[in-house]
Design a protein around this ligand. Structure first.
Ligand code: GLV
Ligand code: GLV
Length: 335
């Protein structure tokens, strides 16, 4: 019988997935809090059959080139912009991600940032903590109403739809969306209207980004786009940091071009300690925690393990980023 496949896991994951990986594979888990350096991953995968990566690990062509046995990269994330998928496909390497299970948690975080930014919650809590709360102020801490306003969803996929549903049924909002594809269910069930981006920016009270990061969305939110938004608008990004030109967002927030913003993602992550992103009263920055619930992270770990094990045994991956690799996958090591 062939030996167990060899696997490198770039961080400790919930036992819900990691235990099975450790049982079925000869597994090395990177034990540190900080990511393993690129060169170290590259050395580790040189004789590995499988790799479990995080969104903080760059998995590029040079790294895969150094891994002649690698059959599968299982990313512990729904996003996979950290992986050169075309390079993986060209080498017969299957790539998996963890879609679906983080939809509700991420939509909840988008809404959490939206309502907290609209109601100036973080700024107000800091005010109370600093001992500045002296009395009830008729004109203090005024934010924006939510009920009956208009949500603009940029990227109507699973997460955008889940946010739109919350806003439609919980807050009676109108929903506009912008995407390359029509989302029929959003239109029929939520009354969402598909519009061009300019219309969305001009008409929405709240703009929330749910696209993936690719060459058409990189830098999408720049000065010109913020200028089109209402001065009362709240902007939310739970997708990927580089979709936003941060210096343009900072200027828009400082100059009252928009009212407030909430980010769960930045570029880079974390921001430089000196970054104004961490100092603006009308900007909430969370440390990329949208999927951080016990249930969601366990479910992600299960899918991640399922993808890895399927990849090692030549089965179709349950969540397969590059199914087009099927006909040229690397076969099992003879052992
Ligand atoms: C988180 O950002 C993910 O892509 O899962
Ligand atoms: C990704 O778009 C997801 O909702 O899982």
């Amino acid at each position: 019988m062939a030996g167990k496949p060899k696997v490198f896991v770039t961080r400790r994951l919930p036992a819900a997935g990691l235990d099975r990986i450790c049982q079925q594979c000869e597994t090395e888990v990177w034990p540190e809090q900080m990511p393993p350096p690129y060169d170290l991953i590259r050395q580790k995968v040189a004789d590995c059959d499988g790799l479990v990566s995080l969104l903080t690990d760059r998995i590029d062509a040079a790294l895969m080139e150094a891994a002649p046995r690698l059959k599968v990269v299982s990313n512990y994330a729904v996003g996979f912009n950290n992986i050169d998928v075309a390079a993986a496909t060209a080498r017969g390497i299957a790539v998996g991600n963890t879609p679906g299970v983080l939809t509700d948690a991420t939509a909840d975080m988008a809404f959490c940032l939206l309502i907290a930014a609209a109601r100036r919650l973080v700024e107000s809590v800091h005010y109370a903590q600093a001992g500045q709360w002296k009395t009830w102020e008729p004109l203090g801490h005024l934010g924006q109403d939510l009920a009956g306003r208009t949500l603009g969803v940029v990227g109507m996929g699973r997460i955008g739809y889940a946010l739109a549903r919350r806003c439609r049924f919980g807050w009676d909002m109108q929903v506009l969306y912008h995407d390359t594809y029509r989302h029929e269910k959003a239109e029929t069930e939520l009354g969402a209207r598909s519009v061009d981006l300019d219309t969305l920016l001009r008409q929405a009270d709240f703009v929330s980004v749910h696209t993936d990061l690719n060459e058409t969305t990189r830098g999408l939110f720049n000065a010109e786009r913020f200028e089109k938004m209402k001065p009362t608008a709240v902007f939310v990004n739970t997708a990927r940091g580089p979709i936003v030109i941060e210096k343009d967002l900072i200027a828009a927030l400082k100059n009252g071009v928009i009212f407030a913003a909430g980010l769960d993602v930045t570029d880079p992550e974390p921001p430089e300690p000196s970054s104004e992103l961490l100092r603006l009263p009308n900007l909430i920055v969370a440390p990329h925690i949208a999927s951080a619930t016990v249930g969601t992270r366990n479910a992600m770990a299960e899918i991640c393990a399922n993808n890895l094990l399927a990849g090692l045994s030549g089965q179709p991956l349950p969540a397969w980023v590059n199914p087009e690799v099927a006909s040229k996958r690397r076969t099992s090591a003879s052992g």
